[in-house]
Ligand binder design. Structure first.
Ligand code: SAM
Length: 220
């Protein structure tokens, strides 16, 4: 069966509302800043923002580390047009590529850091694993993946709030997130030092920040 592509807010006609809705409902500034603090980008780093959407994180990453080379990738040409316009408005010359996350147009070891925010809950279990294997391939050995996404609900209130996301984005793709399975999938796909670094309580549920490292060549 062909996998269903889930756009940023599930329905393409809602895409123009993406930025204000995410800003109001996810504590976006707080969790994206924390993700960038966690990533500690360095001068010269080649960084991929996987499923960059409208490029809010891509732009923040470039501002946090002007000496890094940041690329945004997304599978939706309409949202990439918004990303390009936003980056141009911010006066930044960023690279954006259109591709699916499980078939990225990069050679092995192309990136020193992969960032991803609010993305994995758009994929079913097979696609989550295929994407993690692809991220592992494009990362340089010894380098890190940093993910922010819906995670295990911190309490029943957070679990109840997350039902709204599930109604919009679907139950199949979100179930593994709220069951807290992303770290296990990362380990299954060859990552080491997998951990949950922080959690954020938001009006729509718990956002977790994860990190995972591709082993250095020949070593765990
Ligand atoms: C909720 S948005 C998150 C956007 C951005 N990372 C952020 O934090 O605001 C999810 C994004 O994933 C993209 N997407 C969904 N499935 C994808 C796939 N298989 N490959 C690449 N991008 C995909 C959508 O087009 C959308 O832009």
């Amino acid at each position: 069966m062909t996998e269903r592509y889930i756009p940023a807010l599930s329905y393409r006609w809602l895409t123009p509302l993406y930025d204000p809705l995410v800003a109001w409902t996810t504590r976006e500034r707080a969790f994206k800043s924390a993700l960038l603090e966690q990533a500690r980008l360095r001068v010269g780093d080649r960084v991929l923002d996987l499923a960059c959407g409208t490029a809010t994180l891509t732009i923040a990453a470039q501002r946090a580390q002007p000496g890094a080379a940041i690329t945004g990738l997304d599978g939706d040409p309409a949202i990439l047009a918004r990303a390009r316009a936003k980056a141009a408005q911010a006066g930044l010359d960023l690279r954006f590529d259109e591709a699916k996350s499980d078939r990225m147009p990069y050679t092995d070891g192309s990136f020193d850091v992969v960032l991803s925010s609010l993305f994995f809950h758009h994929l079913n279990r097979d696609a989550k694993r295929a994407t993690l294997r692809e991220v592992h391939r494009v990362l340089r050995p010894g380098s890190w993946l940093h993910v922010a996404d819906w995670g295990r609900a911190a309490n029943p209130l957070m679990r109840g709030a997350f039902l709204l996301v599930q109604l919009l984005d679907g139950f199949e793709t979100t179930a593994d997130n709220v069951a807290g399975l992303l770290p296990r999938f990362m380990t299954d796909c060859g990552f080491v030092d997998v951990g949950e670094a922080r959690r954020f309580a938001t009006p729509l549920g718990t956002i977790a920040l994860y990190c995972a490292r591709k082993p250095a060549q020949g070593r765990p």
